[in-house]
Design a binder for this molecule. Structure first.
Ligand SMILES: NC(=O)c1ccc[n+]([C@@H]2O[C@H](COP(=O)([O-])OP(=O)(O)OC[C@H]3O[C@@H](n4cnc5c(N)ncnc54)[C@H](O)[C@@H]3O)[C@@H](O)[C@H]2O)c1
Length: 439
């Protein structure tokens, strides 16, 4: 047993270990690129055949990963991509990077983790290092993945090594990449932790080990709940500032940010979206109920944040009324539909939620987004309209996602009225601008 793990350690240190990655999306593809960059051979498995074809053709579908980050390796055989789990048989370490969404009723959907685990069980080989990177509730690794793998008759810490190392990637963030963002690793046994940590040390500067997979799972949830709760706090204060009048929440946040300790700025907006901040807290609140525990902060934050798209629509109607525009006869342009700035990801986007709420309440809604060509709003397909034409045709432009590529002077100049939910126009002084969080 010891000789197997010594052999793996040597392979990792020599960058000869074959890296398996299940799920080549926002997390898996950049991870593959990081391992390829330092010399590891990588096998990527994704059940989406369109993605496999695109990768084989050298086309990237992830903004932060360029063709040159992976295509040379596809051509020279160092990066093998496939929909077939059998290709993972020869790998030494397998990273699970599959989605963890929630159901319609906001309960965890770990079916992708189950599928991946069952797929691994079929090809599990002596010495395999398995690492879960997907965000999930505490004890998933131990209570869900481990039994599936041990049902093969192989024993953790002896025949294979299982750990949890939650992904922290922030798509679109140029400052912190996979390499420069520390990773937290917790294994089922000490050996599991040691091997996973050694593997990540090859591509990530700082590796922080913890005592168990559950600690690693909870760490990731704490990070995202921290964001959700703080965003909810400023969303609530933004509403209060509006009601009190004469207080601009953005000015307040700027002022509070001058405190060099004990404060960290968070910003209001039309709601939260994406694959993480909105969903992850529900994983913990769901699990907590099993222990007769109600996570009040999570529920309260969800209540405030998920009400924001409705709040934005109500405020829009107030603005239209004030400007003498009849809502049902108005045309509204939504500017930016991805869930956050400078990315193409529209999953759970609050901007789309705003469009869904508005859809039957105004004459027309249109959108422009340089990153998103087409969206589905409650069954209808909308295509991004040309910016200048869209601005001119709209009675009101609602800035929902503050992409850096917009020229906001141009936006303001060409709009009749602006409702800015992101404070993207804060340097522009014009009488046709209304802001969320300011009266
Ligand atoms: N996107 C982010 O910014 C981010 C950041 C940190 C953590 N995470 C977490 O990482 C995980 C993955 O998220 P993502 O954004 O990369 O998702 P994604 O949807 O972009 O990618 C997941 C990929 O897995 C594939 N897949 C699904 N089931 C599979 C299976 N059984 N076998 C093989 N492939 C399968 C899908 O086709 C898809 O390509 C989630 O748990 C998420 O919460 C995401």
């Amino acid at each position: 047993m010891e000789s197997i793990s010594l052999e793996i350690e040597e392979k990792i240190e020599n960058k000869q270990a074959k890296i398996g990655i299940i799920g080549l999306g926002y997390v898996g593809l950049p991870l593959a690129a990081s391992f390829l960059k330092v010399g590891f051979p990588v096998v990527g498995v994704d059940k989406d055949s369109t993605k496999i074809k695109m990768l084989r053709d050298g086309k990237s579908y992830i903004g932060d990963v360029k063709s040159e980050d992976f295509y040379p390796y596809i051509k020279n055989g160092k990066f093998i991509v496939s929909a077939d789990y059998n290709t993972l048989r020869e790998s030494d370490a397998i990273n699970i990077c599959v989605p963890t969404p929630f159901t319609k009723n906001k309960e965890p959907d770990i079916s992708y983790i189950l599928d991946a685990s069952k797929g691994i069980a079929k090809i599990l080989t002596k010495g395999h290092i398995i690492i879960l990177r997907s965000t999930t509730y505490p004890k998933t690794t131990e209570d869900v993945i481990l039994p599936i793998l041990e049902r093969t008759g192989k024993k953790v810490g002896k025949d294979f090594y299982l750990s949890m190392a939650p992904e922290r990637i922030d798509p679109g963030n140029k400052r912190f990449t996979t390499e420069t963002t520390p990773v937290v690793v917790g294994g089922i046994t000490k050996k599991c932790t040691k091997l996973a940590a050694l593997l990540y040390k090859q591509i990530i500067k700082d590796v922080h080990t913890v005592s168990s997979p559950a600690v690693a799972e909870m760490t990731k949830l704490l990070e995202n709940i921290f964001r959700s709760v703080n965003i909810a706090l400023v969303n609530e204060l933004a509403q209060l500032a509006e009601r009190m009048g004469g207080i601009d929440i953005w000015e307040v946040i700027r002022a509070a940010s001058t405190k060099p300790f004990g404060f960290m700025p968070f910003y209001p907006g039309p709601g939260i979206g994406g694959h993480c901040i909105l969903i992850d807290p529900y994983y913990l609140s769901w699990k907590a109920r099993e222990y007769d525990f109600h996570t009040s902060f999570i529920e309260l934050a969800a209540e405030v944040n998920e009400n924001m798209p409705y709040y934005v629509v109500n405020k829009l109607f107030e603005i239209l009324h004030k400007e003498g525009i009849v809502a049902i006869k108005s045309n509204i342009l939504i500017l930016g539909v991805s869930f956050k700035r400078n990315v193409a990801d529209i999953r759970n986007s609050p901007a789309i939620k705003v469009m869904e709420i508005l859809k039957d309440k105004v004459k027309g809604i249109y959108y422009n987004d340089p990153y998103v060509d087409e969206i589905n709003v409650k069954g209808d397909i909308y295509k991004s309209v040309e910016l200048k034409e869209g601005l001119k045709n709209a009675d009101c432009t609602v800035i929902t996602t503050d992409h850096s590529s917009y020229n906001y002077e141009f936006v303001v100049k060409n709009s009749k009225i602006i409702f800015d939910t992101r404070n993207a126009t804060f340097q522009i002084n014009a009488s046709n601008i209304y802001r969320l969080g300011a009266s």
